[in-house]
Design a protein around this ligand. Structure first.
Ligand code: GDP
Length: 289
């Protein structure tokens, strides 16, 4: 993870050899900018970060340590978006979550991972198979549910995802489930029909939160599509999948800064336990190597 950004951040830090060397700080800032852009950090995010690091370093006296501290502080600040962290339970169970995302982003897998995460924490979880768009999605969720031993609601004879979602919620209420995770349809790209369907499911079940699963490997596109989902249906959290394969590492920074929605979890592998609560400090430590 993050080989390239970690290496080039070290290059930036190494530019400062002597205390109070303003010219060296300028060079370090330029190097920092280059490495962030190369790591797929959005140019606006990069601009804000570099100027804040420069200012903070000057405030504390130019030197390698103060540059590293400033970088750590500003990266953490950037990744800490106002809002909920991890999983938040509703006061009136079942906590209903809509899982959204584009096809192939890892939405169905992440629904299983989240169900597994909650099951380990002794919660009674129901997953609902409402992705009727991708042919194999319902079957995939059935297999995952069997594997992690979590209950699933599906209806092979029903073509309307809204009806399935509503029936799943009724079951969850009646049978006192703690959490209902609804896997919704994805598309290869954002289209109006998808958004309409999601809006209909949202109106029908009134979820406590909507999670958007963003594929870390899609770089700037992940930020763009998350922003569109936020504008069109409203999202409360982003789960960044495939973070294990992301050698650049910048997408988390761009999403936190540009989408202004908290990152809640990261996917770090294909298996069910490969899900971590997103903790800014931990990510910063990984970025700084
Ligand atoms: P969906 O179309 O969005 O429901 O996507 P899937 O859940 O079918 O996932 C697409 C592919 O991404 C599958 O091969 C998953 O195993 C893989 N995948 C999902 N999350 C992760 C992750 O965090 N890391 C890795 N390496 N692969 C993942």
């Amino acid at each position: 993870m993050f080989d390239s950004i970690t290496g080039s951040l070290k290059n930036a830090i190494n530019k400062i050899r002597h205390k109070d060397d303003e010219a060296a700080l300028k060079k370090a800032a330029a190097e920092l900018k280059k490495s962030l852009l190369k790591a797929d950090v959005h140019h606006k995010t990069t601009k804000v970060l570099v100027s804040e690091v420069e200012l903070e370093t000057k405030r504390n006296g130019i030197g390698q340590d103060s540059f590293i501290n400033a970088l750590r502080k500003e990266l953490t600040k950037l990744l800490t978006t106002e809002g909920n962290q991890g999983f938040v339970f509703s006061n009136t169970p079942p906590t209903t979550i809509l899982m959204t995302g584009l096809q192939g982003s890892g939405k169905t897998t992440t629904t299983g991972k989240l169900a597994n995460y909650l099951k380990i924490r002794k919660k009674k979880v129901l997953v609902a198979a409402c992705d009727l768009q991708r042919l194999a999605a319902v079957e995939q969720l059935k297999q995952i549910a069997a594997q992690i031993e979590v209950d699933i609601y599906f209806d092979d004879n029903e073509k309307d995802p809204v009806k399935i979602a509503v029936a799943a919620q009724e079951k969850a209420k009646k049978e006192l489930y703690d959490v209902l995770l609804i896997d919704t349809a994805g598309r290869l790209a954002i289209d109006e029909e998808l958004m309409k369907q999601l809006a209909n499911v949202k109106d029908a079940v009134k979820p406590d939160e909507i999670f958007y699963v963003a594929d870390a490997l899609t770089g700037h596109d992940a930020t763009k599509t998350a922003t569109t989902f936020k504008e069109k249906i409203g999202i409360d959290g982003v789960i960044l999948s495939k973070y294990d394969g992301d050698t650049k590492g910048g997408v988390a920074l761009s999403i936190a800064h540009q989408v202004e929605t908290p990152l809640r979890f990261i996917g770090i592998g294909e298996k069910m336990p490969d899900l971590e609560v997103f903790i800014p400090d931990r990510i910063v430590s990984r970025l700084l190597g």
